[in-house]
Unconditional design. Structure first.
Length: 202
């Protein structure tokens, strides 16, 4: 399933490579905008691109299965060090559910994605001591927030922004994670991250 997600993301990214789209105020803007989604849906409906249609069908089948999945829970793995399996489950679910809703406008997918976003945003943290956990969880919430923005409840959007700020961006400033700060500063990205933290509510 991870290979499928990477494939779908690559296809969608190929439809929208304009970096200016990332700084626009409208949604969606991650990977695709409304124009790109319209074009994509049209290509799927026409059916001329067999691999694209096949990938779409696989995503939709998976979205239907995920409708009945158990709620996401904060459970560390056997090493008691990571929640990466939870982060990856969240990324798969929210990405696929958001994709299915954008393609069909079926509220079942929206409601399921919203429930999963709220579940992970209610976690105590996204396990910043293993930063891949944070990265994948932040990707999941960011895509769900962006792709579903107009149809999410205001309280859900607020919870998503708050979790992204507290569990992702602000953990980069945590003294316990000084090595991340040092890495960013060595790459001269510190000011960019600071600006991103300050502007996360826009």
């Amino acid at each position: 399933m991870r290979k499928l997600l990477i494939t779908v993301a690559a296809i969608l990214l190929g439809l929208s490579l304009n970096a200016q789209e990332l700084v626009r105020q409208s949604h969606p803007r991650l990977l695709m905008d409304n124009r790109d989604f319209k074009q994509y849906r049209s290509q799927v409906r026409r059916g001329g691109n067999e691999p694209l249609v096949r990938i779409h069908d696989i995503c939709m089948d998976r979205a239907d299965i995920l409708l009945d999945a158990k709620p996401l829970e904060y459970v560390k793995d056997a090493s008691n060090k990571r929640i990466l399996h939870v982060s990856r489950a969240a990324l798969e679910r929210i990405f696929i559910e958001s994709y299915a809703y954008r393609c069909t406008r079926d509220k079942r997918y929206l409601n399921r994605a919203e429930a999963d976003i709220l579940a992970v945003c209610s976690f105590p943290d996204w396990n910043p001591t293993h930063y891949l956990d944070v990265g994948e969880m932040a990707s999941a919430v960011a895509i769900g927030y962006d792709w579903l923005y107009s149809d999410l409840k205001k309280t859900t959007r607020a919870a998503a922004l708050d979790a992204l700020r507290k569990f992702a961006f602000e953990t980069r400033l945590d003294d316990r994670l000084a090595w991340i700060r040092q890495l960013l500063e060595s790459q001269k990205e510190s000011e960019d991250v600071e600006d991103l933290v300050k502007s996360i509510k826009t």
